[in-house]
Design a protein. Structure first.
Length: 414
């Protein structure tokens, strides 16, 4: 008989997972890259909070690694999903909700003319590269050094199991450095199919970096001049920098943009949106998956986008995140501790400037925050959701004070 694990401790589940799974909890959920003592299994979640299997409660500032944007179990989203599920979720064809969602997301994206749907961010970043090559008839795709576009062979930071051919038509540039883009293009004359770039640089464990207007505008001009497409990877930034295209502020629209995470508030959904000129390639290239067309996630996506637009959820998130960033900076300054607080308020990150090459201080900080009910990650940017309120902020800043105290003690400051 198969049983469902209930009432078990985290340690018991760890022991079972170590036998049944290759690495226990693996990937970006791996305990090896999180703070010591972090929970490995989550029992339930609601609003802005999660509870691990041992009963510990946390404000979740990872927001399930980004997908949760208006709170776990948002009643309106769950109601929309239940209505759709009562009709059809996984069927031999998509439900009408797919058309509704496509019209909605296209209306939000600068120069958007069509949308395709999938399940994971890597599905649509990979599809964007495929369509760029199909549309242009060229091969070379430029990628920023250190950028993350998924865990498939062409983009996985881990090269184990890959072969040189997986990346043979890629070349690299530095974010915010137009000269490095030009140099990469010159290495492949008449071969540029696309430049794929995240609208905001978010390397794990390091300071986040905003794009300059010069870089955004210049990248658009270089792509146009050399006949390549500009692709934005909005999987992480989508609906968190802008409610729509991230570089709208610069007047720069991508040729295609890849979306995921926040667009369906935790349901598995990704989308690729493109300009009219690429419609023919998008229509011809065969790309599909048995679960790409399921209605529940699309209903969640449509409801999420409508709620965010109606309630100005992004404004709420920015206000909360700004106070949180200011609180970290103030706590560190009060103790004479150097800290770099970077990223947009909706996706903050803090790095202590004392000697911390191995991120040991980050481990200490996030572990202490965890003891006080705030779930952060030492090496990945954090996320804010619109479900977070003043009570959460007070508790979060109390946890931050404790975390900074622990860092100051380790660094022999204060």
């Amino acid at each position: 008989m198969t049983t469902i694990a209930t009432g078990q401790t985290g340690l018991e589940l760890d022991e079972r997972a170590a036998k049944a799974l290759p690495r226990g909890v693996a990937g970006h959920f791996s305990p090896q890259v999180n703070w010591p003592g972090s929970p490995h299994f989550i029992a339930r979640a609601e609003g802005s909070r999660i509870w691990d299997v041992d009963g510990n409660e946390y404000i979740d500032m990872m927001c399930a690694w980004g997908p949760i944007v208006i709170g776990y179990l948002n009643p309106e989203v769950e109601e929309a999903v239940a209505r759709q599920h009562a009709m059809v979720d996984c069927g031999p064809g998509p439900g009408p909700v797919m058309v509704d969602l496509a019209e909605k997301i296209v209306s939000l994206v600068d120069d958007g003319a069509w949308a395709l749907f999938a399940k994971n961010g890597a599905d649509v970043t990979t599809l964007s590269v495929t369509l760029a090559r199909a549309h242009t008839g060229k091969r070379t795709v430029l990628v920023a050094n250190g950028a993350y576009h998924g865990s498939l062979p062409w983009c996985n930071p881990d090269v184990q199991g890959t072969v040189p051919g997986d990346r043979s038509d890629l070349d690299y540039f530095d974010f915010n450095d137009l000269a490095s883009v030009e140099a990469a293009i010159e290495r492949h004359p008449d071969s540029l199919a696309a430049v794929i770039v995240s609208p905001y640089r978010q390397p794990p464990g390091f300071d986040q970096e905003a794009p300059t207007k010069e870089f955004a505008v210049g990248l658009r001009e270089l792509c146009d001049r050399h006949g390549g497409l500009l692709i934005h990877d909005e999987v992480r930034t989508g609906m968190r920098l802008e409610f729509g295209s991230a570089w709208h502020q610069f007047g720069v629209a991508p040729d295609m943009s890849a979306w995921g995470k926040a667009i369906a508030n935790g349901y598995a959904l990704a989308s690729l949106v493109g300009k009219e000129e690429i419609r023919e390639a998008a229509a011809k290239v065969f790309a599909t998956g048995s679960f790409w067309w399921t209605g529940d996630a699309m209903a969640a996506g449509l409801a999420t986008l409508e709620i965010m637009e109606r309630d100005d959820s992004l404004g709420t998130m920015n206000a909360w995140g700004t106070k949180f960033q200011e609180g970290i900076a103030a706590a560190a300054a009060a103790r004479g501790l150097g800290v770099e607080v970077t990223g947009p308020p909706t996706m903050p990150y803090a790095r202590f400037t004392a000697d911390d090459d191995d991120r040991g201080l980050a481990d200490i900080f996030t572990a202490e925050c965890g003891k006080h009910g705030l779930y952060l990650h030492p090496r990945h940017n954090w996320f804010v959701s619109a479900a977070m309120d003043e009570r959460d902020l007070d508790q979060a800043l109390t946890a931050v004070e404790a975390g900074v105290d622990a860092v100051a003690s380790k660094a022999n400051i204060g």
